[in-house]
Design a protein around this ligand. Structure first.
Ligand code: ARG
Length: 576
């Protein structure tokens, strides 16, 4: 049980169903949902599906459930409505008690998983030797949140930064450096971007250069010392660059988590041999390929995974085959998660299918591609690095921080140091939240004005709501402890308490669906519920037990907002 009220009700419904009808029933079968209807908190939809199974009318089934439901004080009654919905209105006294207990719990009611798993999360994974683009920004931000959520759920997480540090781009670059006599020089990431563009142009236009670049890849793969040396220097510079981005973002990725494509080189021959020996890969037109049922392209042509290319080299497919074998068999992951853009959906579907066919992953192991849409510019086109210099991720982030500094410029009471810290929290938070708050499958427009809007579903709105509560609490002479009793006399108080009680559900939904935006939506609704509460229920000006209770609700709300934002990797400053 996750600690959610809906699950609690679900268990009670399931117990009645099993006892009254003699059929197995899970929490999922109980179908308990929060209700939008006025005066109803939860709706139970179990009777609809059961009616078919039991060949009885849904109304009849609902009547039996409602009459026998042991609500254990949660609610006065369960009312049957329409064709067989069961409406439940929680007892306000019970809700008050529950709210206080959730506030007292350091996990705010969210119980850790009863069966912890080992979850491998592949995220960020930029290509080296050029600057990170916004697609990698998305993977980094979404992946970081999934890491935080998964760890909060009590699972063990192994982070994997599958950096693109091998293959054709490096052959091209090394060859270009030697060609232009640049090999002796020191270079920065900015230079690398330019070199990359130049090398790419030559590669496409000059067949002789292209051939030498390919030979260079072979030399790299064969361990030629001079090639390896240059490759290493390119990599070191690139790593400095991504580390600066991670630092700025406050993302929990360290060099220990880097397992780039080059890591898997020593195993590629073995992977190829194993697949061939077991009849999973076959020769096709000079290449070694895995054909899988159901994967066809245009005109029903089968699309293969290419294990070994015609020229004998290994590419992206081969590396990912070796990678999944490693993650399943060596790291022993129960759940393999890949946070990579939507265009790679087919690639991962095929890698997963091949790994299952090879029995590298057991039937119980879950493999998930967490895809995401593109970041668009104001013109509605893909926001991306063009000709090397036009869009740099760090410039984008710096601009967000600068604009955030502008937002708080008028606040005289903040020290210089606080100002810098807050601008960073607000600017970076804005970018992260804009990315996390949309359904990740969708594209979104990178628009700093909207990201930094004080009203609307933005980080700064939530950060401001949080800081405002902290300021109220600072002004109260004495604040009750988390878990102090609450009175829910006004409907705005009751609504706020019910929202606070739904924190475990919001977290669980975000984790189950690997959808951070579910948590964002919840936090936004919570902040709105607090706003309504604050408009209708004076806090500092009230007295006695009412004042205590309202302060307790305020503290509980600030705590949930802070924790929720932290799960999204966003800071919640005390003042704004
Ligand atoms: N470097 C790749 C890219 O930029 C993403 C790698 C994702 N992870 C993986 N195991 N293939 O497209």
């Amino acid at each position: 049980m996750s600690g959610d009220i809906g699950d609690d009700l679900g268990q009670r419904v399931a117990a009645v169903v099993s006892a009254a009808f003699g059929v197995a029933c899970t929490i999922e079968d109980a179908v308990v949902r929060p209700s939008q209807r006025e005066g109803v908190d939860y709706q139970v939809n179990a009777a609809m599906a059961l009616a078919k199974r039991l060949r009885r009318s849904s109304r009849e089934v609902a009547d039996v459930i409602a009459a026998n439901l042991d609500l254990g004080g949660m609610a006065e009654s369960a009312e049957v409505a329409g064709p067989g919905f069961i409406n439940i209105t929680l007892s306000t006294a019970w809700l008050a008690d529950r709210t206080a207990r959730l506030a007292a719990d350091p996990r705010l009611g969210y119980a850790p998983a009863s069966e912890p798993q080992r979850v491998i999360i592949d995220y960020s994974s930029p290509n080296m030797a050029k600057e990170m683009h916004v697609g990698h920004l998305r993977s980094t931000i979404i992946g970081d949140t999934l890491v935080r959520l998964t760890e909060f759920a009590g699972h063990e997480v192994i982070r994997q930064n599958h950096i693109g540090d091998w293959g054709t781009p490096f052959g091209m670059l090394v060859e270009h450096l030697i060609d232009e006599g640049l090999a002796e020089q020191d270079f920065s990431i900015g230079d690398l971007n330019v070199f990359y563009q130049q090398a790419r142009t030559k590669f496409d236009a000059d067949e002789d250069f292209a051939e030498r670049a390919r030979m260079r890849v072979v030399a790299l793969q064969a361990g030629d010392p001079a090639t390896l040396e240059l490759w290493g220097r390119l990599l070191t510079e690139s790593k400095h660059h991504i580390e600066a981005v991670y630092e700025l973002l406050g993302v929990r990725l360290s060099p220990d988590d880097y397992k780039g494509e080059s890591t898997y080189q020593p195993w590629l021959d073995d992977v190829a041999d194993e697949l061939r020996r077991r009849g999973i890969a076959e020769d096709s037109d000079g290449a070694l390929c895995v054909f899988l049922d159901g994967f066809t392209g245009r005109e029903d042509q089968p699309v293969p995974l290419i294990v070994r290319k015609r020229d004998g080299g290994f590419g992206y497919d081969a590396t990912d085959l070796a990678t999944i074998r490693y993650r399943a068999q060596d790291l022993k992951g129960d759940h393999l998660v890949y946070v990579v853009g939507a265009p790679q959906a087919l690639h991962f579907a095929m890698i997963f299918a091949a790994a299952r066919k090879a029995e590298w992953i057991s039937p119980e192991t879950v493999a998930t591609h967490v895809g995401f849409g593109s970041v668009l510019g104001a013109d509605g086109r893909m926001l991306r690095t063009r000709a090397g210099a036009s869009l740099k991720l760090t410039d984008l982030l710096d601009e967000a921080v600068e604009r955030a500094a502008g937002l708080i410029a008028g606040r005289g009471e903040l020290s210089e140091e606080e100002r810098t810290r807050i601008a960073r929290a607000v600017g970076i938070g804005a970018v992260k939240y804009a990315d996390l708050s949309v359904d990740r499958d969708k594209d979104y427009v990178f628009d700093l004005d909207r990201m930094l809007a004080m009203d609307g579903n933005t980080a700064v709105y939530l950060q401001y709501a949080h800081a405002r509560i902290r300021s109220i609490l600072r002004r109260a002479d004495r604040v009750p402890e988390l878990g102090a009793p609450v009175l829910l006399a006004e409907s705005a108080e009751r609504d706020l308490a019910l929202k606070l009680a739904r924190f475990p559900d919001a977290v669980q939904t975000a984790i189950t669906n690997l959808q951070p935006h579910r948590l964002c939506t919840y936090l936004f609704e919570l902040a709105a519920a607090f706003s309504t509460f604050y408009e209708n229920c004076p806090v500092l000006k009230s007295e006695g037990a009412t004042r205590e209770s309202r302060l307790a609700l305020a503290l509980h709300t600030a705590t949930v907002l802070e924790r929720g934002l932290d799960l999204l990797g966003i800071e919640a400053p005390e003042r704004l």
